[in-house]
Every structure is written in structure tokens, then in C-alpha cells.
Design a protein around this ligand. Structure first.
Ligand code: GRG
Length: 314
């Protein structure tokens, strides 16, 4: 699902700034499509099948949530979008890498993603493994060398560290291992949240903190406020994802629903029920917005994005 009209219906009807924000999201999506396309290897460069698979997986779909968080953070801090575009690409490349591997038969074994056959279905398993393997170093190369990133070696190094920490064993890869181990087991809600903080929360948090890192003069208290904002958002985003797997519409989501129940995953809806999960999202939402208080009206892009993320239907 993409386009300003699609986004508009997912934004709360009572929001007075709904249309402005829908246009903003759409412009970030268009910017990302162009920026990612320019940074991916050409489809006719050898090995063509691998490069086609990388482009197939990255381009033409996805909400671009993590890049949008980076752009909204940049706007809150008075930074131009072009100054964080390369970092936004790095985060999205890693995210797509995780989706391609997550869909493999050895992991979640999914056939449809972003409304199209998953990478291993459109190509083959070996190509999908390699496409993921190749997207990850491309992401780190952008942080190290992309000329559009107006950052010196110190900031580049910190960005690399933030992304590496977010996707390593204490971040996404560790969370994925915990998620696979948890299938068919009974976890309490604290254990479910610890798993989700790594699997999904860490990269969402890193997206915001990478934006903050691009402003080296940012006061420490404001950096900490952004960290306090990003942590509940990451968890709430995963709970919303799990709620949509139960109460969402497969056509709007572009993927099958009911998968978590089928795999007996201990998610929020499974452990505490739909209503309590929705309440948890609302509490995390309020907690996140509270953390933005020191930024006053400057944080409007982050507030609007948060409202959309946590009320989305796809
Ligand atoms: C360490 C990068 C890395 C990968 C290896 C496979 C794996 C370990 C981790 C998978 C983690 C994973 C798939 C988490 C799910 C997070 C989530 C809610 C994904 C859906 O994100 P959306 O809704 O998707 O932003 P779109 O398609 O809109 O981009």
C-alpha cells in the first residue's frame, strides 16, 4: 500500500493536520524510493540475478517507517532531510535485509511480503540469502563513505556503532533468535517485551538516535529525551504489528494474517488479549509523547508520525 490517499485513511480522522502529514509521509516515501534506487547496484551489473533480487526487495513497497523516523527527528532538530538521507537509506537497507531473511523457510517461511511474492519465492532461497547478505554491507558502506552525509569520521563511526549494536545479538539478530526459540512456549509479558525490544525496538530506536547523532551540538538532555521517546515507540510498533496479525486485513497489510497464532508465537494479543494489548499501545504512546515535551512545537513531525504509526491499519 502506498500513496498519499492510502496514507490519509490510516491517519486518525480527528487530526486537523491529517492532509499535511499524509503529504509529508508521501514525500518521504518518494524521496526514499529515489535515494535507495540511486544507491543500489544496477540490475544489469553482474551478477544480475543477485542485483535484481536486491532491487526487487528494496524498491516499490514498504511504509519506510524507519527512514520517516529519521527524517522526523532531523526536522525536529532543524536538520535538512538531504543531510540524513544516506543514514535513512542505511537503516532501510538493513530493515529490508531482515525482512528477506525473516521470510525464508528456515525462519518464518512466508510467501507474500509487501503485497508481492517474497524474495525467495520470486527468485530462490540461495539468492534471497545472498541478497540479504549483500544489503547489510551496503548499508554500512553508506555510513562510512556516502558523500551526501555531511559528517566527519567521528560521527560516521558513531552511526556505524549505533546501527551495528541495533542489529547484533543484543539487538535484532538476538531478538529474532529469542523469537524463534519462543514458538510454542509460554512466556510472561515481561519476557515478550524483552524479546520485542531487541527484535523490533532496537532498530526503531537506532533510527531516531542516528538522526540525533547527526547533530553533534545537541544537548545531552535532549539526546536522552529522544532515547526516552524512541524506546516505547519501538515496543508499541511491534505490539501494533501483532495486533494487526489478529485483527488486521491481509489485503491492506500486503501479507497473510494469523501467522503468529499458526506458529504459536507468544505475542501481546496471545498473552494478554487484544483489548489489553491496545491499552498497552495507548500507554506507550502517551509515554513517548511525554518525552517530547522539551522540544515544544518543534517535535510536531515526530508527534504526527507517532500518532500514525500507532493507529495504522497496515
Ligand atoms: C540482524 C538484520 C538482521 C537480520 C537477521 C531475520 C532477522 C535476523 C530478524 C528479523 C527481524 C524482524 C523481521 C522483525 C520484524 C519487525 C517488523 C515489525 C517488521 C515489519 O516492519 P514494517 O511494518 O514493514 O515497517 P514494511 O514492509 O512496511 O517496511
Amino acid at each position: 500500500m502506498s500513496g498519499a490517499a492510502d496514507i490519509r485513511h490510516a491517519v486518525p480522522a480527528e487530526s486537523a493536520e491529517r492532509d499535511v502529514f499524509a503529504k509529508q509521509l508521501e514525500s518521504w516515501r518518494v524521496r526514499m524510493e529515489r535515494a535507495l534506487s540511486a544507491r543500489l547496484p544496477a540490475a544489469d551489473a553482474v551478477p544480475t540475478r543477485l542485483h535484481e533480487a536486491m532491487r526487487y526487495s528494496v524498491l516499490g513497497g514498504g511504509k519506510r517507517v524507519r527512514p520517516s523516523l529519521l527524517f522526523a527527528t532531523a526536522r525536529t532538530l532543524g536538520l535538512a532531510e538531504e543531510d540524513v538521507e544516506a543514514a535513512a537509506c542505511a537503516v532501510e537497507l538493513v530493515h529490508v535485509y531482515s525482512l528477506v531473511h525473516d521470510d525464508l523457510p528456515a525462519m518464518d517461511d512466508d510467501d507474500v511480503r509487501r503485497g508481492r511474492p517474497t524474495c525467495h519465492k520470486a527468485y530462490d532461497e540461495a539468492t534471497a540469502v545472498l541478497a540479504g547478505d549483500a544489503l547489510q554491507p551496503l548499508a554500512f558502506r553508506l555510513l562510512a563513505r556516502d558523500p551526501a552525509l555531511p559528517a566527519g569520521p567521528g560521527i560516521r563511526l558513531r552511526l556505524i556503532e549505533l546501527l551495528a549494536d541495533a542489529i547484533g545479538t543484543f539487538g535484532m539478530a538476538g531478538g529474532q533468535a529469542m523469537d524463534l526459540e519462543a514458538e510454542g512456549k509460554q512466556l510472561d509479558i515481561a519476557q515478550v517485551e524483552a524479546l520485542h525490544a531487541r527484535k523490533t525496538g532496537a532498530l526503531i530506536r537506532a533510527s531516531v538516535l542516528m538522526g540525533a547523532t547527526c547533530v553533534p551540538t545537541l544537548e545531552r538532555r535532549l539526546h536522552e529525551a529522544l532515547a526516552d521517546f524512541a524506546t516505547p515507540i519501538g515496543l508499541a510498533f511491534q505490539i501494533q504489528d501483532d495486533l494487526l496479525d489478529v485483527i488486521g486485513d491481509a489485503a491492506a497489510l500486503g501479507k497473510a494474517t494469523g501467522a503468529d497464532r499458526e506458529r504459536r508465537k507468544p505475542t501481546h494479543p496471545a498473552v494478554i488479549g487484544v483489548a489489553a494489548s491496545q491499552e498497552r499501545v495507548q500507554r506507550l504512546h502517551a509515554q513517548a509523547l511525554e518525552s517530547l515535551t522539551p522540544f515544544g512545537s518543534r517535535a510536531q513531525p515526530l508527534r504526527a508520525l507517532t500518532d500514525w504509526l500507532l493507529s495504522r491499519r497496515y
